[in-house]
Design a binder for this molecule. Structure first.
Ligand SMILES: Nc1ncnc2c1ncn2[C@@H]1O[C@H](COP(=O)(O)OP(=O)(O)OP(=O)(O)O)[C@@H](O)[C@H]1O
Length: 588
């Protein structure tokens, strides 16, 4: 397995000849423009009519314009106006479009509807007419016109960010981050912004080019302050009056405009290539943790399920119904009045045929139903707190800290852009408020606790650099990282190799017993039920048909559907040996 090479994107851009060349041109232009008062302390307005239209001379390499002003000084000071005002328009467009687009895509619903409506309205406006109207109403101030231009081009960022955020919203690693208790702003700024940065950079370069062009056009048409203050557009306008006699005067501002916009575009392309080629950000730092994670078996765990059953439930579901919006707006109910309890230290297996509603029930507990699905009735109490109808803040308090989630697909639940260490540290910092070093050290302990032999290397790895089994161990480490009391595991071994499944189940059982966790285990595997579960609830067509002790359900099922499920197990199918506590061991 290859260790990740945390290259900085800047270095990658500079290694690319296209990137290095365009960055050099842009830097040169920017430096020249910024240093204008040093290079030409006399300013751009000093003129001598006797020099009008004169060619290059000592100290004046670009010659003089029709008013006898130094062309180089005009270019330098004109660049300050043109680039500065175009930058302002870009900034306004980014400030308005990017956060609103991210929020619209991520939160969807009414936020998206209102945002998209407003954006469509702005896009329907004819830009040039609005600018001319703004000039008439607000006066010939380019700065104000550039603010208006920024508002007009903000929809391009809105739509881009909205599209990416809406796509990512359904990604499992976003769900995993939500279950870990991360607030929406943190998910948006970390996971979503990282995905949107490459297209936004390209878009920003295009928009910067358009803004530079528009600023120059306003100056060229003489509808801005460019008449008195120099700008590249104003220079083009002046040069245009003598285009047949002194065409060279068109060359300098034209060249400045062309070079700058071309360099911007090429730099963005090189940056995009560098960012998309780069698997993630800098690896987590290796630090020593002062104290290892200790998992102490509690007396309650040792007392077994009989004692656990006597305590009040950690999870109590009553009359849960879930429905999905149909094509004609009518809702289709897929979970019908489910009742379930999970007590501390108890493993409840939720079994049933495919499509019976197990996953919908588990996702309801976490408040993570996919778009279109909603809880239409009933109650879900986690540690006594009602989650149905609770706001996002209340749910966040429960996620991570009280309830953890082990998903079905290990790889899709890890963000490919970040190292394992950084992803595990994130909830530790957000939920437990640990510092960077403390979180990094605890990550190593967590990786050790899930029996990963080389935690430092795994913490530095990106998801594509580890195996599926190891990824599932990482997710289990994440699920228990904030010391929850309830775990929801949705078919945690389905996506794994048979040989790895047993190890993962053993690990889950050990952690569950050591930490006295309540575990809601969604599975269709009755072997797993026999091995791990204290009690079992059998689902069929969205309803629970039978609940009882695992031994009773497996040996003396009462409902005919449970009997049919047991009959469907192949007679010669391998049966897992009952779980036995064993010393912790390490796997690579
Ligand atoms: N996004 C969705 N939109 C509409 N209906 C859905 C959606 N997701 C699930 N359903 C429906 O909900 C019902 C229950 O699905 P669920 O995923 O809970 O089944 P399951 O028991 O977990 O099955 P499996 O073991 O195959 O995952 C199914 O009839 C399914 O068609």
């Amino acid at each position: 397995m290859r260790a990740p090479s945390p290259r900085s994107p800047l270095r990658a851009v500079l290694r690319n000849p296209l990137g290095a060349g365009s960055a050099a041109v842009l830097l040169l232009v920017l430096a020249a423009v910024l240093l204008a008062p040093v290079l030409r302390p006399g300013g751009a307005q000093s003129s001598n009519i006797l020099d009008a239209y004169d060619g290059a001379a000592a100290g004046h390499p670009f010659g003089f314009d029709g008013a006898g002003r130094d062309e180089l000084a005009m270019l330098l000071y004109g660049g300050r106006a043109t680039l500065g005002e175009a930058g302002l328009a870009l900034l306004i467009a980014l400030i308005l479009g990017l956060p609103l687009g991210l929020c619209a895509g991520y939160f969807a619903g009414r936020f998206d509807a209102v945002g998209s409506w407003a954006v469509n309205l702005v896009m329907a406006l004819p830009g040039m007419v609005v600018l001319l109207a703004a000039r008439a109403v607000l006066g010939p101030t380019t700065v104000v016109l550039m603010v208006v231009l920024g508002v007009l081009i903000a929809p391009s960022f809105f739509r881009l960010a909205r599209g990416v955020a809406a796509d990512l919203r359904g990604e499992l690693f976003i769900d995993a981050a939500r279950v870990a208790g991360l607030p929406a702003w943190r998910i948006l700024t970390r996971h979503v912004l990282v995905a949107v940065r490459a297209p936004v950079l390209i878009q920003a370069s295009l928009v910067a080019g358009v803004a530079i062009g528009m600023q120059a056009a306003l100056g060229f048409l003489g509808i801005s302050t460019g008449v008195s203050a120099p700008s590249w557009g104003g220079m083009l306008s002046d040069a245009y009056t003598s285009i047949y006699t002194h065409p060279i005067l068109m060359l300098w501002p034209g060249l400045a405009l062309g070079l700058t916009t071309a360099a911007l575009l090429l730099l963005a392309v090189a940056l995009r290539d560098a960012l998309e080629d780069r698997p993630g950000q800098a690896s987590a730092r290796r630090t020593r943790r002062p104290e290892p994670v200790r998992v102490v078996p509690t007396p309650a765990a040792a007392a077994g399920p009989a004692r656990a059953a006597a305590r009040s439930p950690l999870l109590s579901i009553r009359g849960l119904t879930v429905a999905y919006a149909g094509p004609q707006g009518a809702e289709r109910e897929v979970v019908h009045g489910v009742d379930l309890d999970v007590r501390p230290g108890e493993v409840l297996g939720l079994v049933g045929e495919s499509g019976s509603g197990k996953t919908q029930t588990a996702l309801s507990v976490l408040g993570l139903l996919p778009l279109g699905g909603r809880i239409t009735g009933g109650s879900v109490l986690i540690d006594g707190a009602e989650t149905v109808g609770a706001d996002e803040r209340a749910l966040r308090r429960l996620r991570g800290g009280v309830v953890g989630y082990v998903p079905q697909e290990p790889m899709s639940n890890l963000d490919p852009c970040f190292t394992i260490g950084s992803q595990l540290a994130e909830p530790l910092r957000a939920v437990l408020g640990l510092g960077r070093r403390e979180a990094a050290a605890r990550v190593l302990d967590l990786l050790r606790a899930v029996e990963i032999a080389d935690p430092a290397r795994v913490a530095r790895s990106y998801p594509h650099e580890i195996s599926g089994g190891m990824a599932q161990r990482v997710l289990i480490a994440g699920a228990v990282s904030c010391e929850p009391r309830l775990l929801v595991a949705d078919e945690p071994t389905t996506a794994l190799d048979v040989s790895v499944q047993a190890e993962i189940l053993d690990l889950l059982r050990r952690l569950q017993q050591d930490q006295n966790l309540g575990l809601l285990l969604v599975t269709h595997n009755l072997g797993v039920v026999a091995d791990l579960c204290d009690r079992v609830a059998v689902m069929r067509a969205g309803a629970i048909v039978e609940t009882g002790e695992a031994r009773q359900i497996l040996h003396a099922p009462e409902h005919e559907h449970t009997r049919a499920l047991l009959d469907a197990v192949l007679d010669d199918a391998p049966v897992r040996a009952p779980w036995q506590a064993r010393p912790t061991r390490s796997v690579a």
